[in-house]
Design a protein around this ligand. Structure first.
Ligand code: PBG
Length: 326
């Protein structure tokens, strides 16, 4: 049967009708908002390339979480900007480190919030790479030892999920073992499983002060040209014990999100990264796009591609837009 009996426009006639048959619905329960915690008191330092985002001291972080919680958001992803860095990133493993103490404070003040911590060394090393440098490159096996220590310190502080973002081989298994051996078998691992060496991380590196001082991350993050390799990466992480697997960035990698979703039965996360966020902000500032509509369209596309969890700097705005829409 075809036209004129079939008229596809019938179901598009009104918003009520369109909403009734929408295949994809955004839900703020799926959002995770990234936040940056820095040393000091009363610090709320704007990140110039990411309008609306700040480096927050612990007290300001608490205030921000009041706003977040009252908007109905439930999950945050914490990044730390430490006072001092070292060659290997060992300072990331201290029980009184920047992230660890923020987690402890948040768990007390906002027990209803799900806390995810980014596990990586690049914010903690003097050179900005994700682990100790040996012969000009990041040393895989020494790095995963430090990452396991870091993840364990986050778990001790009370993190609900640890999220390794470094792309070293074997780190998920190493972290899983360290957690299990120390009584944290209930703490989940969300691995940045298919993480690409992307120019879309530019604004984040200003935010987290983690730009590599030499070279790039192409010897450990994936080549944007590859998709079969993403499946192998995800498969390995699941074998090593990842509970949730992530594809990052999101928008240029919607095909990867879909393939991962169709291939595996674990929850899939997608990271709508800083560059994706900042491009929207810049275009909106110039009046070139309708910001609210663009935000919802982008998030919907990520969900439609197969993401169960969406990590996005738009989370708070999106929660506010969605609340008004209903
Ligand atoms: C740390 C890390 C990065 C991001 C998340 N964790 C930066 C990088 O790999 O260089 C990027 C997040 C973003 O751009 O929003 N390794």
């Amino acid at each position: 049967m075809g036209f004129p009996a079939v008229r596809m426009r019938r179901l598009r006639r009104s918003k009520l009708m369109r909403d009734l048959v929408a295949e994809t619905n955004l839900d703020i329960k799926d959002f995770i908002l990234p936040l940056f915690v820095c040393p000091g008191k009363n610090v709320r330092r704007p990140i110039s390339s990411m309008p609306g985002h700040f480096q927050l001291s612990e007290d300001e972080l608490q205030r921000e979480c009041d706003t977040i919680a009252s908007a109905g958001l439930r999950s945050v992803l914490l990044f730390g900007i430490p006072k001092e860095k070292d060659e290997d990133g060992q300072c990331a493993c201290k029980d009184d480190g920047i992230v660890q103490s923020a987690v402890r404070a948040l768990k007390k003040s906002h027990p209803g919030l799900l806390i995810v911590t980014d596990v990586c060394n690049c914010e903690y090393t003097t050179h900005g790479h994700c682990g100790p440098i040996v012969d000009g490159d990041v040393h895989n096996d020494r790095t995963i030892d430090i990452l396991a220590k870091q993840a364990l310190s986050h778990a001790r502080a009370g993190a609900d999920i640890v999220a390794p973002s470094d792309m070293m081989d074997g780190r998920v298994g190493h972290i899983r073992q360290a957690l299990d051996k120390n009584g944290f078998s209930d703490i989940a691992v969300m691995s940045y499983a298919a993480k690409y060496a992307s120019a879309f991380y530019g604004p984040f590196r200003e935010a987290a002060e983690s730009a590599p001082s030499f070279g790039d991350r192409k010897s450990y993050q994936m080549n944007p040209a590859n998709s079969r390799e993403a499946i192998r990466e995800v498969e390995l992480d699941i074998e090593e014990g990842a509970d949730i697997v992530m594809v990052k960035p999101a928008l240029s990698y919607l095909d990867i999100i879909r393939q991962v979703k169709d291939t595996f039965d674990v929850p899939v996360a997608a990271y709508n990264v800083s560059g994706e966020f900042s491009m929207v902000k810049a275009a909106a500032e110039k009046g070139w796009v309708d910001e609210k509509r663009i935000i919802l369209e982008i998030l919907t596309s990520i969900k439609r591609a197969g993401a169960d969890v969406i990590i996005t700097y738009h989370a708070l705005e999106a929660a506010q837009i969605l609340a008004k829409e209903l």
